[in-house]
Design a protein around this ligand. Structure first.
Ligand code: SAM
Ligand code: SF4
Length: 425
């Protein structure tokens, strides 16, 4: 039976994006940068000394009708308090992870470009003072393309951000209005051009598959996107998430045929232009992948700092899952009162860890790498799935397994939720 199309959400619940290219000039204090690269440890996800850090900024100017991220609109934010809370929460993990090499810092949200650049700088300086930094460290910040935020781009660069990820979403003003975005196509173009001037690396997000989105229009928009793209582009299928305004209004998701046509076109056009999909929705020139997300998808350890942020930390041969308190003000109050904002820290059982590694790894074009899976889960990938389902899915052309590992084909990645449901039945 053909698995139903049901794309996984744009970002796995373990937040985070990945890249293997050495960063160019690192603006963080030189003496704190260790002359050491993340190297093959990151490539396999097996070196537990490596550490990624995810910082969640939970505020947005307005709530987009499709978005179910932990993002909130507030009239004002006491940034000095928030800054101190992030520093305190980082300190909570500093002793336990002392000496581990930080390979990436990812400011996600929410809209972290609403943060003041001096807050970003304070957080990065704090990290640099507590952990050794990889020479090829990647520091990404997600940004909205409104003019007001673009005015801060230079400040973020000076703070140490070397990769900007911009929420363009659409190159069509009617689509932007439908998606509830507060910016125009002209502003988005200007923001991308400015990012290309200021940052060594940049990416932008597009959403496809809104009601009435036609293949011919998407082909044209992909061409326009490529004309302004750098080494990385994310193209997400619009998903109607429970609890969002689109869900309440009954906005329909793209039909199956349209979904397949738009997905195939995206893959074909972007791969033809030298940016193949290295993950369901992420496209990059070789070496331009987002280092942070690739590390997370390969099962590396990462700290989750901020409201609702997830983290993974290995100790004593097992892995703990951490999660911050979701409500921003409750998280802030808890950090201020108790010095920590975690809602929970639980050891994952071996089956849970195996399932998670499959769930994350199969998003990637390279799939679950045999060496990495063995090192992190202690068994072969095939031992962690239903063998009969695996044979059926391989026969149907949705899964491949060989000496390198286990991977979903492009058709399998389009239906990953359904494929996983069968594999993990
Ligand atoms: C945290 S946002 C990026 C930064 C910033 N908040 C913004 O929206 O510009 C992460 C990305 O996820 C994508 N996204 C969020 N919800 C989505 C949904 N329901 N369907 C498809 N893409 C979605 C959007 O492309 C968005 O840019
Ligand atoms: S898509 Fe981005 S700007 Fe819109 S509500 Fe979600 S996090 Fe905020």
């Amino acid at each position: 039976m053909l698995p139903r199309i049901e794309v996984p959400s744009p970002r796995p619940s373990l937040q985070g994006e990945g890249g293997l290219r050495p960063r160019r000039d690192n603006p963080l204090p030189r003496e704190r940068v260790r002359a050491e690269r993340a190297g093959e440890g990151l490539a396999t996800g097996r070196d537990h000394r490596l550490l990624a850090i995810y910082i969640h900024w939970p505020f947005c100017r307005s709530k987009c009708p499709y978005c179910d991220f932990n993002s909130h609109v507030r009239e004002s934010v006491d940034e000095a308090r928030w800054r101190q809370a992030y520093l305190t929460e980082l300190d909570n993990f500093a002793a336990e992870t002392a000496g581990r090499l930080v390979v990436s810092v990812f400011f996600g949200g929410g809209t972290p470009s609403l943060m003041r650049p001096d807050t970003t700088a304070a957080i990065l300086d704090h990290i640099a003072a507590r952990w050794p930094l990889a020479a090829d460290l990647e520091v990404t910040l997600e940004a909205n393309p409104s003019t007001a935020e673009a005015a801060r781009f230079r400040g973020f660069r000076e703070a140490g951000v070397d990769r900007l990820s911009i929420g363009v979403q659409a190159l069509d003003d009617d689509a932007l209005r439908f998606l509830g975005r507060g910016h125009s196509v002209a502003e988005a173009r200007a923001a991308v051009a400015l990012a290309a001037l200021i940052f060594p690396r940049f990416s932008f997000d597009l959403i496809w598959g809104w009601p009435g989105h036609e293949v011919a229009a998407w082909r044209r928009q992909l061409g326009e996107a490529l004309a302004m793209a750098g080494e990385h582009l994310s193209a997400y299928q619009l998903t109607i998430e429970p609890g969002t305004a689109f869900w309440r209004e009954g906005v329909p998701a793209a039909g199956e045929d349209t979904g397949v046509a738009l997905y195939e076109l995206t893959r074909e056009v972007l791969a033809g232009a030298g940016l193949p999909a290295y993950e369901i929705s992420s496209h990059a020139r070789p070496g331009g992948e987002c280092r942070h997300n690739v590390a997370v998808w390969r099962g590396a350890d990462y700290l989750g700092i901020g409201p609702g942020a997830h983290g993974r930390l290995s100790r004593n041969g097992g892995t703990d899952a951490t999660r911050g308190i979701r409500a921003p003000e409750k998280w802030l109050a808890k950090v201020e009162a108790r010095g920590a904002g975690l809602a929970e820290r639980v050891p994952l059982t071996p089956p849970e860890r195996r399932e998670e590694l499959l769930l994350l790894g199969l998003r990637l074009a390279e799939g679950v790498r045999r060496d990495g899976f063995r090192a992190l889960a202690g068994v072969e990938p095939e031992d962690a799935v239903d063998r009969a389902a695996l044979a059926r899915l391989a026969e149907g052309g949705f899964i491949e397994s060989d000496a390198a590992g286990l991977r979903a084909t492009p058709a399998g990645r389009l239906r990953l939720n359904a494929v996983l449901a069968q594999l993990l039945a």
